[in-house]
Design a protein around this ligand. Structure first.
Ligand SMILES: [Zn+2]
Length: 425
């Protein structure tokens, strides 16, 4: 699979960029080598517009898991799988509760996704450990790299399954009962992939051993590009949720009912959708209507009922509440709500300090997308995130992009943070 280590290979999306022109050529060389090694797995082949398809527990995902185990093994790390199907590679050291420093992300993707969402965090973590080893560091505490399973939720419809099961917020039986588009149960698929399901579920002891968890991720918007910053530190994940609105009307004949006599639920819904957009713009929130159910749903019948869903997100809960209050007259029914997740303040300060030492500046920002580290933070594990500038601002599409120089800058901040956290005290 791909070129061997140290071959000087550069993945296709970085052709023309050289490690030498980055902050840390050796670190950049490792990023290039590893991205080259996995480029062909679920990759676009000759057609970059196809992107990467690496759904959880498919042959592509299993190939990436094998690659992770081999790569981590070559660094001398002890590789294993936790009770929720996530892979961990440990650089062991004597430890007790809340002593381990961990980092990582995920290797799975959405269908036709970009090259960076997920793999950048795992590859940067492997490259960071190699960099620490080159410096001759022996960590004073356990250090581990994690590859979270099924982060994208592309196959079974629930995101962050690996971290949700690990923390217990997703019931193990429910997770195993999830069904993919072909009607196959997760239980059967995981068993086929060689997972031991006898103890499938949460592992509070593993979580309690972690003092700090850091996830490096490509940014999923264009805030860093707009600020001219190569790297950002996450402050919090936006509060977000889904609301359902039912709009009533009256069914009648499309031909015999004069326009003035109609009670058309879909016309009312159309006005509401435009109003939702106005509210979002006025409040500085992000509101989206992406799904409608129309009854009776016949071409020649005036719609009698429309059910629509509003996905609502905002930078803070006050803004979200204000936007929802503007919708109150339509009596939105809440279906799910995830409050804001604030990342650990101490971890955030350490990441900002590391960013300042390495890059001369630190840029902090919130994120509107969910991540495994948000699930862990909500479960009481002190977490932080490093974002790498996304040059296009596109995410979950083949257009997602980060330069080699920016990725190296992000990985260098990770190295600096790990070095500071694991140095003998
Ligand atoms: Zn991701």
């Amino acid at each position: 699979m791909g070129a061997p280590r140290g071959s000087g290979a550069v993945p296709r999306f970085w052709q023309g960029q050289t490690p030498k022109t980055t902050l840390d050529p050796a670190l950049a060389g490792d990023l290039c080598a590893m991205f080259s090694e996995i480029e062909g797995v679920g990759g676009p082949g000759e057609d970059p517009s196809r992107g990467y398809t690496r759904s959880a527990w498919t042959a592509q995902d299993l190939a990436l898991r094998d690659w992770f185990a081999r790569r981590a093994g070559s660094l001398g790390l002890r590789v294993g799988t936790d009770s929720a199907g996530n892979q961990w590679a440990w650089w062991d050291s004597p430890h007790g509760p809340r002593t381990a420093v961990t980092c990582g992300s995920h290797l799975d993707s959405v269908p036709s996704g970009g090259a960076f969402d997920g793999p950048l965090g795992v590859i940067s973590s492997l490259a960071a450990v190699a960099s620490l080893q080159r410096r001759g560091l022996t960590p004073s505490c356990p250090l581990a790299i994690v590859n979270f399973s099924d982060e994208e939720g592309a196959r079974f419809g629930i995101a962050c399954v690996g971290s949700r099961v690990l923390t217990g917020v997703l019931d193990a039986e429910r997770a195993l009962g999830l069904v993919d588009a072909e009607g196959r149960e997760a239980r059967e698929i995981l068993r086929e992939a060689g997972q031991d399901l006898s103890a499938y579920g949460a592992d509070p002891e593993l979580l309690a051993s972690i003092a700090t968890h850091i996830e490096l991720h490509v940014e999923q918007g264009r805030a860093l590009a707009d600020k001219g910053a190569p790297v950002g530190v996450a402050t919090h994940i936006w509060p977000h949720g889904r609301w359902r609105i039912d709009i009533g009307g009256e069914a009648n004949h499309a031909g015999t009912t004069p326009m003035g006599d109609r009670d058309d639920a879909l016309v009312a819904a159309a006005a509401l959708i435009l109003r939702v957009r106005e509210i979002a713009l006025a409040r500085g929130a992000r509101l989206t209507v992406g799904r409608l159910g129309i009854e009776p749903g016949a071409t020649n019948v005036i719609p009698s009922r429309v059910r629509l869903w509003v996905d609502a997100r905002a930078g803070d809960s006050a803004t979200l509440d204000a936007a929802l209050a503007d919708l109150a007259e339509w009596s939105p029914l809440n279906e799910s709500l995830t409050p804001a997740t604030s990342f650990d303040e101490d971890v955030r300060e350490r990441l900002c300090a590391a960013s300042t030492r390495v890059l001369g500046a630190a840029t902090a920002e919130g994120t509107a997308a969910g991540h495994d580290s948000g699930i862990l933070q909500d479960a009481g594990v002190p977490c932080g995130m490093i974002f790498v500038r996304n040059a296009t601002g596109f995410s979950h599409t083949p257009r997602e992009y980060a330069t080699l120089a920016d990725c190296t800058a992000g990985a260098a901040v990770l190295v600096e943070t790990l070095e500071e956290r694991t140095r003998a005290r």
